[in-house]
Ligand binder design. Structure first.
Ligand code: HEM
Length: 140
C-alpha cells in the first residue's frame, strides 16, 4: 500500500503540508529553519503539498522529472542543509504528524522517508562541492 493510499486523500496531504508550516511559523525550537524561509509561506506550502502528493504515490501534481534528490538538492542549493537544519525540519514534520494524530507506525515510516531524502540531498551537496573543489584545484 503506498503512503498516499494510507493517508487516504489529497486533503490529508494538504493538511500535513499546512500543519508542517504552521509548526514552523509558531514553534520557537525552529527559529533558524524559519529564518531561511520566505516571509510569506504561501508558495512553500503549495510546493510541499504538490511534491508530497506525487512522492507518496498520489496524483502527479509536481512533475515526475523533479521527484528526486538531485533536483531537490538543486532547488535547495542556496540554503544550508546542515544537521541543525535537518533536525529542525524533521522536528516540524514529526510534530505536525503528532498534531494530526497519525499512527506511530505510519509516522515512523514517513519520518524515515524524509530523513533518507535529506541524507541524499546532503550527499548530493557534498558531491557537488567536491567536484567544484577538484575543478578549482585543476585550474590553479
Ligand atoms: C534540511 C532540510 C530542509 C531545509 C533546510 C529546507 C528548506 C527549504 C527552503 C528554505 C525552501 C524555499 C522555500 C520557498 O522559497 O518557498 C524549500 C523549498 C522546498 N522544499 Fe525544502 N528543505 C528541507 C528539506 C526538504 C525535504 C526533505 C523535502 C521533501 C521531501 C523538501 C521539499 C521542498 C520543496 C518541494 C520545495 C519547493 C522547491 C521549489 O519548487 O522551488 N524540503 N526548502
Amino acid at each position: 500500500m503506498s503512503i498516499f493510499e494510507q493517508l487516504g486523500s489529497l486533503t490529508a496531504v494538504k493538511k500535513l503540508a499546512e500543519e508542517f508550516y504552521d509548526v514552523m511559523e509558531t514553534d520557537p525550537e525552529v527559529i533558524e529553519l524559519r529564518a531561511i524561509h520566505p516571509g510569506k509561506l504561501h508558495s512553500s506550502r503549495k510546493a510541499l503539498y504538490k511534491f508530497m502528493s506525487e512522492w507518496f504515490g498520489g496524483p502527479t501534481l509536481y512533475g515526475e522529472q523533479y521527484i528526486n534528490a538531485t533536483w531537490l538538492e538543486l532547488r535547495h542549493r542556496r540554503f544550508c542543509i546542515n544537521d541543525q537544519q535537518r533536525d529542525q525540519w524533521l522536528y516540524c514534520m514529526n510534530k505536525a504528524m503528532v498534531n494530526l494524530q497519525y499512527e506511530s507506525k505510519l509516522r515512523n515510516l514517513m519520518l524515515g522517508r524524509f530523513s533518507d531524502m535529506i541524507k541524499s540531498m546532503q550527499l548530493q551537496r557534498r558531491h557537488v562541492e567536491q567536484e567544484k573543489a577538484e575543478q578549482m584545484a585543476r585550474i590553479r
